[in-house]
Write a protein that binds this ligand. Structure first.
Ligand code: PMT
Length: 403
């Protein structure tokens, strides 16, 4: 499956480096050509001889090889179809995120024109540390692919998340990564998809509003990907600062308030195959927005709020009549799965995408998200932290498989 693919495997100084032998063997067995770059520290954990024997290539560690030839990191970076760093230590993660170039692997990483994937490996406290999590999140934001760490017994004897993904899971990632995308393009051909996205602003007076922190990024990425997959997309977008200029194949309707969003959705609901509701809609709005700017007077100000239409619930009620499928979102802070399942049932959805503000890099405004997708049988598919573009692809792939 990997015939002709050129992979640089970067190995850094973690005990998990011993698993790199299995990784090289499996990748080469699948037909890939593998060149290994080791950091000096990693050679304490596994010998270069083992890896050069398994990869059929000399292992590169230093700027110069044994015959004093320069190992050209630029050429290496151009040669590869994928730079895979596994295991990737906390130290290397930090260097990748800040551009520190103190070894051949880092120089190759900084020169690489190919995609980069990394499989973190460390103790659980190091993994949970905010600096490590920030580094991971930032790398994913900038397009690196995370092969998430797994839970289990760690070298320290502690049990938790931090161990490197098993070699077979890394190989699976690489295989999926190189899977031809061409069939995918047509998978939503001519499907009419309506997507809500962004926040809503509920006017208090001509100057002020009640809003929320949604940027619209998640829904915009879903629109972009659905359109690439052949769908006829109508994006109903709240007041977002994001550009939609490149969504030239999508119809984009800009709205401001929940009522405006409701109006556009209800007018278009008859012509739908799939509705994906990612907007963060205000549940309440000021009952009597002032026509003029409210002047500062007393110590307190009372605002009476009334309920907004629940747009998704309305779409759920109309579903049987028009025969479309419905995907909702749930943004939770606690009892996440229970709350999401309750929304799935109450709003008569086919799928619900759960994201939690407990997860670093997930939810509002970030370029990344971490989601679970729950179906009507309460089957839960969990995904790792990814860029919102990749998350959009995951959601649409599940939609293609389920509907
Ligand atoms: O826009 P980003 O910055 O990229 O952030 C993405 C996101 C966090 C906004 C997105 O991933 C997300 O979680 N969207 C749903 C946020 C939300 O309001 O969730 P909720 O649990 O309150 O609502 C449940 C569902 O009902 C949602 O599909 C919502 O669109 C819908 N709803 C809610 C209230 C309402 N009056 N009308 C609705 O349609």
């Amino acid at each position: 499956m990997l015939k002709g693919k050129k992979i640089i495997l970067g190995i850094t100084g973690s005990i998990a480096a011993y698993k790199a032998a299995f990784l090289v063997r499996e990748l080469t067995k699948e037909g890939a050509e593998v060149k290994v770059i080791m950091t000096q520290d990693s050679t304490e954990f596994i010998t270069p001889l083992t890896l050069s024997t398994l990869s059929n290539n000399p292992v590169l560690i230093d700027w110069k090889d044994a015959s004093d030839n320069w190992n050209n990191h630029v050429e290496l970076g151009l040669w590869a179809d994928l730079l895979l760093i596994a295991p990737c230590t906390a130290n290397t993660l930090a260097k990748m995120n800040s551009g520190i170039c103190d070894n051949l692997l880092m120089a190759t990483y900084l020169s690489a024109k190919c995609p980069v994937a990394f499989a973190p490996a460390m103790d659980l406290d190091m993994f949970q540390h905010f600096t490590t999590q920030n580094n991971i999140s930032n790398l994913v934001t900038h397009g690196c692919h995370l092969i998430d760490s797994e839970e289990g017994e760690l070298a320290s004897g502690l049990v938790g998340k931090g161990r490197m993904a098993e070699p077979e899971n890394i190989v699976q990632f690489v295989q999926d990564f190189f899977k031809p995308q061409s069939n995918q393009k047509k998978k939503l051909k001519n499907k009419r998809i309506l997507i809500t996205a962004g926040p809503t602003y509920e006017a208090i007076d001509p100057v002020r509003f009640i809003g929320n922190r949604s940027s619209g990024k998640m829904g915009i990425e879903i629109a972009r990907k659905a359109s690439e997959m052949g769908a006829k997309v109508h994006l109903v977008l709240g007041p977002s600062q994001e550009t939609t200029i490149d969504l030239k194949d999508c119809k984009v309707t800009r709205v401001e308030s929940a009522e405006e969003m409701f109006k556009i959705v209800s007018e278009n609901i008859k012509k739908l195959d799939i509705g994906i509701f990612s907007a963060a809609v205000a549940d309440y709005r000021p009952k009597n927005p002032a026509n003029q700017k409210i002047k500062k007077k007393g110590e307190t100000l009372d605002l009476e709020l009334i309920k907004n239409p629940d747009i998704l619930k309305y779409a759920g009620e109309q579903k049987a009549k028009f025969g479309y499928k419905l995907v909702g979102f749930a943004l939770e802070t606690n009892n996440e799965e229970e709350n999401a399942i309750s929304k799935l049932e109450k709003k008569n959805l086919d799928l619900i995408v759960l994201n939690s503000l407990q997860d670093k890099g997930a939810g509002f405004s970030t370029n990344t998200n971490k989601i679970s997708i729950i179906d009507r049988h309460n089957k839960i598919l969990k995904f790792e932290l990814k860029s919102k573009a990749e998350v959009a692809e995951d959601i649409l792939n599940v939609i293609v498989n389920e509907f």
